[in-house]
Structures are given as C-alpha cells and as structure tokens.
Design a protein around this ligand. Sequence first.
Ligand code: PLP
Length: 327
Amino acid sequence: MRDAMRDAEVGDDVCEEDPTVNRLQELAARMIGKDASLFVPSGTFANQCAIGVLIRPGDEVIVSETAHLVEHEAGAAAALSGAHVRAVTPTRRSYLTAEDVAPRLRIFEDVHCPRTGLVVLENALSDGTVMPVEEMSRVRALAAAHRVPVHLDGARLFNAALALGVDVREICAQADTVAFCLSKGLGAPVGSLLSGTAEFVRQARRRRKIMGGGMRQAGVLAAPGIVALTDGLARLEEDHRLARLLARRLAGIPGVVLDLASVQTNMVYCHLRGQGKSEEELVRFLEQRHILVYPPSTWGIRFVTSLEVDEEGVEAAVGAVADYLTS
Ligand SMILES: *Cc1c(COP(=O)(O)O)cnc(C)c1O
C-alpha cells in the first residue's frame, strides 16, 4: 500500500481530475452494483454526507439504537443535518425488522409530526452479526412503498457478504445509498466510499464540499484503497476463521460467557461470570500484554481479528484471558 501511495498518479480531485480517485470510485461502484461512488475521509463522513443529502432538517431518521450512527458518531446527524433521530430498540438482537420499522413510519401528513426522511440499516452489525438479505429486502419494500429512502451503513460490507455467502451486490441492492470503509478489515489507512445513483453522488459531492471533505491530490489516499479492494478481500476469510477459533477457545475457559452463534464475522464479544473478576480489569490486564481489546459495552468485551492478528496472536490472547481468570 505504501508503494501504491508513492507511485499514485494524482490530480485535483475537487475538480474531479484525480485519475486515481476516479479509478477507485469507478471500481467501487462496479463492485457493489451502484451507478456511482464518492471517495470520502471516513465511514462517519459517508453516513453523515448521505443523511445531509437525503433529509431536510427536522426529518426523522429511523435507525436501531445500537447502530454506529446512534452510538459512535458524536451526535453528528443532529449537529450537521438537523436530523430527528428515532433510535428504535430492535426486537431482534441488533437489527431492525420490517415489523420494527412499520409502526414508526409517518404515513399521514400531520403538522404536529416530523416527516420520516430516511431508514438506516447496518450490515455487518456492530455486534459482529449480520442481517439477512431477505430482512433487508422487507424493510426496503416497506420504506419504498412510502417513498422513504434506505441508507446502508456497510462499513464492514465485505465481512457481511462473506458471512452471508452472497455477492455484495445482493446486499447493496436492498438500499438506495451505501457507505463502506476501505480501512478496518480491508487494511487501507484512510477512506470510505459513498455510493448510489449518479444524481445522488452529484449531490453528495456538493455536500462533501460543504462538510470540508473536498480533498485535492487525494490519489495518494485512494491508491491504497484500490489495493484494499483488489487484494484486501481475500484476507477476510482468515479473519473470520480466526474469530471463530478465538471464540471456541475463549468459550472453553471457565468464567467466560460467550454466545458462539453471535460470532459471524471478525468480532468476538464475551462477558465474565463470577469469581469477583472485572471486565474492566481484564482489559487493563490484556493491555499490559500488548493485547488491545474494546472495553465492555452492551455485548461485553470486544475482540477483533484483522490482518494484524495471526493464529499465534489468538493463542496469546486466549492464554492471557485464562491467566487473568486464574490469577
Ligand atoms: C467503523 C464504522 C463506521 C465509521 O467508520 P469511521 O471511518 O471510523 O468513521 C460506521 N459504521 C459502522 C457500522 C462502523 O463499524
């Protein structure tokens, strides 16, 4: 990727003249089956850019309360787009079903009520699981019947496709607009893509400018993104395999509570049970051994496998958790 950055041909992308950025955007659009794509600085940026284009201030955005958009984007939808975020508790573990969305759609024009502006889905989900394509399709059909667009936060889209055993295009066909990250599992240092119709991307380009995301010679950042989309995908299968291995090994340690069925991508969540051991303390214990995990949240402590983690690393993590629990 560093070689690709050094060798990248560049131009002024604000004037749409950076050949490397253009190549990345065309590649991404083709791969996910949308008309056009726009290179943006981050996944949060991609989601917020989409919201800014798709809604008017005061419009309601229907989204799961566990979504990244609700939990991890610093209130940006309200701050930047005046979104009235309707954070819904999903009846399933973490994704919204058509039954969750249906009663929240504002079907009648009423001066008292916000208008429903957008439904946001996530796949893969923040809890490491995936949303079935059929359920996405049901939500999409429901929203479309009321002319409400659907945005897919597909930060980890390619992990979702792998776990579901489908082409990414099948997932993306269930949403009007799609955001996905080149960083994270695909291994690029920076960047995300926001995709949709050519007209949507034309408006998103303007919105990106408003948000200060118009980057000039951005080809040096797009070049590793192209590497990510051509060479990075093959690695995901190994990440998923190592996550399952890690989960099985952790589940075998007395005091660890883990739902193996929830390990569908490259994330493993677990809780500790009994013995006066604390999850916060385990995180600090692991850190001393240079094993970095996410602190406890809704689903427990989070372990993630990526191209920086090999089987030896998995065994080291398992050994460290066992050591903590017997210390
Ligand atoms: C990581 C992530 C994002 C945002 O990505 P950043 O590049 O960190 O802003 C958005 N949604 C989901 C589900 C994510 O996992």
